[in-house]
Design a protein around this ligand. Structure first.
Ligand code: E4P
Length: 247
């Protein structure tokens, strides 16, 4: 299973790259805003290029800023020229619930790696996978299906998020489809364990959740005990050495 970092913060991404746990990065307009990216599309382009370079050849997902099909296609094609490792994020529907599959189909047909995002139901995920497979998707450069588990759970409970994930994975496996599931909207460390077990190919995790995932009170206590005892043992050694020299 892969871990993506759900952030546009270069320092955070650099940190998790150095830990060896970053297989990719996902961003969205909200994340870009939160990370203080200014300058509209040009600002997003500059930050995306920095991320793409930092994590190459791992993919960075960057989201289109329109829900009008012709604009999404044009923007998606433009984003894909920025770097080799760009995945273009497109929402499954527009703000009125109308299908964005025509744009997704066009982009995948043109060889753009797509991350279909903001999905809350199994049927959305299945249709996105089917669309991308028909457009010529392959396992060599998989497209992504982003299921927002936290937002599903907010509204319908964790069991529903689990059901959507399990059903989507079963369906992808049954038909040997090439798309990979990204579980997004992860809010707590315990989500990481449970969603991983339910069939996610990838978890995209915000830096604050990753930081919390390592921390455990008993671990800190144990490390403190080991270090204190190591200091005592070393002090005892030093005393023995001094006694030897004095003889
Ligand atoms: C995933 O790709 C999204 O960027 C993100 O996980 C959404 O998370 P949220 O529901 O916590 O805002």
């Amino acid at each position: 299973m892969k871990i993506f970092i759900d952030s546009a913060d270069l320092d955070e991404i650099r940190k998790y790259m150095s830990w060896g746990i970053c297989d990719g990065v996902t961003t969205n307009p909200t994340i870009c805003l939160k990370c203080g990216i200014e300058g509209g599309t040009e600002g997003i382009k500059q930050r995306t290029l920095e991320i793409a370079d930092l994590i190459y050849p791992r993919p960075v997902s960057v989201e289109v800023t329109s829900d009008i099909i012709s604009e999404v296609v044009a923007q998606g094609k433009e984003y894909a020229t920025w770097a080799e490792n760009i995945a273009v994020k497109v929402t499954i529907t527009d703000r009125y619930g109308e299908s964005m599959l025509p744009a997704i189909y066009r982009l995948v047909t043109d060889g753009v790696q797509v991350n279909v995002t903001a999905m809350m139901t199994t049927s959305q995920a299945i249709l996105a996978a089917k669309c991308m497979e028909s457009a010529g998707a392959t396992k060599e450069r998989p497209n992504f299906i982003s299921i927002f588990a936290g937002r599903i759970a907010d509204e319908h409970g964790v069991e529903q998020a689990a059901k959507v994930l399990r059903q989507t994975r079963e369906w992808l496996d049954l038909f040997d489809y090439s798309s990979e599931i990204i579980v997004g909207s992860i809010r707590r460390p315990e989500n990481v364990n449970s969603y991983a077990a339910l069939g996610a190919h990838i978890l995209t995790i915000p830096p604050d959740v990753l930081a919390k995932s390592l921390s455990a009170a008993r671990t800190r206590e144990t490390v403190t005990q080991f270090l204190t005892d190591a200091e005592k043992a070393l002090a005892a050694c030093r005393e023995m050495e001094l006694a030897q020299v004095a003889k």
